[in-house]
Design a protein around this ligand. Structure first.
Ligand code: NDP
Length: 231
């Protein structure tokens, strides 16, 4: 049985990914802040589900999370890490309104935390047969995009892509596939009701992409449908 860690599983894409990987037969380890959400608790019937607390921006929490994951693995390796937890950032993100502190907080969650969580968990992945590490990015990061405003969110996800590309090159010698993935525009609290795809369509797509990842794809920026997205 393979194990996947999914950060930010209380709702949205992380919750749907938890459901999908449980349906596919994985041991799913997923995180919450404070207490598990009702929807997460509803998943807890499965003996293959482990719920752990994690605040991705808190270094003590990340260290404790890694220790708890190791305990839950009971000597088995971690096969897949999905850095999903993220924030859209402050309401005010236009040229005239974005403020430094709120921008820094967005970078902390969306850019820095995925590397810190990855650093804490990578030692658990080295013995896996096909270790894969993906971080949920956004099409709003793309350097060929033409969207305006949203300075904090766009820059945080663009920087996340670069962080993951560097990590992919450094981890290649260990056979660990590392990719940022654009999940599409998804109907969640963040994406809103008008978004293009349901959370289940998104999660099924991402799960299929992650299951099929090979070293030939490491360092690529992929979409939830598996195609290569321009950086
Ligand atoms: P939601 O806002 O619905 O869910 C965000 C999840 O991240 C929640 O579980 C939340 O936990 C968790 N989270 C946020 N901050 C932290 C933190 N500091 N520590 C731990 N967990 C945290 O967002 P989505 O499901 O829509 O988004 C998931 C990912 O997909 C994000 O990285 C987002 O940027 C990305 N994305 C989403 C798109 C969309 O259209 N929805 C489009 C492109 C990218 P809690 O419930 O405790 O707040």
């Amino acid at each position: 049985m393979e194990t996947v860690v999914i950060t930010g599983g209380s709702r949205g894409i992380g919750l749907a990914l938890s459901q999908r990987f449980l349906a596919l037969g994985y041991h799913v380890i997923t995180s919450y802040r404070g207490t598990p959400s009702a929807a997460q608790m509803a998943l807890a019937d499965s003996s293959r589900l482990t719920l752990l607390e994690l605040e991705v921006t808190n270094s003590d929490s990340v260290v404790q999370f890694a220790a708890d994951v190791k305990t839950a693995l009971a000597g088995r390796p971690l096969d897949i890490l999905i850095n999903n937890a993220g924030v859209i950032g402050p309401d005010a993100q236009a040229f005239d309104t974005v403020e430094a502190q709120a921008w820094l907080e967005t970078l902390s969650v969306n850019t820095i935390a995925p590397l810190m969580v990855s650093r804490a968990l990578l030692p658990l992945m080295t013995e896996a047969k096909r270790p894969r590490l993906v971080s949920i990015s956004s099409q709003m990061s793309s350097l060929v995009g033409t969207g305006l405003g949203m300075y904090a969110y766009r820059s945080a996800k663009a920087a996340l892509n670069k962080v993951m590309q560097v990590l992919s090159m450094e981890q290649a010698e260990h056979g660990i596939v590392v990719c940022p993935i654009d999940p599409g525009w998804v109907q969640t609290d963040m994406g809103g009701d008008a978004a293009d795809i349901t959370v289940d369509v998104c999660a099924n797509g991402i799960a299929a992409v992650v299951e099929g990842l090979t070293m030939a794809q490491t360092g690529q920026f992929l979409t939830w449908e598996g195609s290569v997205r321009p950086w």
